[in-house]
Design a protein around this ligand. Structure first.
Ligand SMILES: Cc1cc2nc3c(=O)[nH]c(=O)nc-3n(C[C@H](O)[C@H](O)[C@H](O)COP(=O)(O)O)c2cc1C
Length: 183
């Protein structure tokens, strides 16, 4: 059976390039992976006061993570880091203390930007955040997609061949990584 992957999209924007990249990855994924693209619109602010009786949206998000065989972050960069909505979702998923819903899950990280640097800082920050609360992070290949602004057509389909090529390489490597970690 295919491994299920929670793909967490770091942007809420309707026309988000990040969301389009996530959807492109879902199409390119080999048959050994089933990608579930998750947006973060529904996740309320983390507040430690609510931990004793967590809101339903936190519980639903945690459950999706727990059921997954791996987690793939697809993120833009905001002010040289990850967007606040993504950090909030990670905080929600990481609790209760010691019972992170990311624990043991193999992690992939895909940075993208219409700019020149491909969200490298956001990726590096995620590589700092995750080790204490998750399983191993795929180190190679790294992926920092730059110039995504002209990579998609009006329908959101990926048309830029070099981008497709690196996404294919990444998702194939991630599939092999997930396979190994779930043995
Ligand atoms: C608050 C804010 C901060 C941003 N900071 C960066 C940045 O540090 N590096 C970068 O490459 N792009 C930055 N951008 C531009 C984003 O890469 C661009 O808006 C991108 O389209 C956002 O991702 P999305 O298309 O998935 O919504 C920033 C955009 C916003 C709104």
């Amino acid at each position: 059976m295919a491994h299920s992957i929670a793909v967490i999209v770091g942007s809420l924007r309707k026309q988000s390039f990040t969301l389009k990249v996530a959807n492109a990855l879902a199409k390119l994924a080999p048959a050994t992976l089933k990608l579930d693209v998750i947006t973060l619109h529904e996740i309320s602010f983390f507040n430690q006061d609510l931990e004793a009786a967590p809101p339903a949206d936190w519980m639903a998000f945690r459950e999706k993570l727990q059921k997954a065989n791996g987690v793939l972050f697809v993120t833009p960069e905001y002010n040289r880091s990850i967007p606040g909505v993504l950090k909030n979702a990670i905080d929600v998923g990481s609790r209760p203390y010691g019972k992170s819903s990311f624990l043991g899950k193999p992690i992939g990280i895909v940075g993208n930007s219409p700019g020149a640097l491909g969200a490298v800082n956001a990726v590096k920050h995620l590589q700092n955040i995750m080790p204490g609360i998750a399983g191993p992070i795929l180190g190679q290949p790294e992926i920092y997609l730059n110039g995504v602004g002209d990579a998609f057509d009006d329908k959101g389909q990926l048309t830029k061949e070099p981008v497709q090529k690196v996404l294919q390489q990444y998702i194939d490597a991630f599939a092999a990584f997930v396979e190994k970690q779930n043995k």
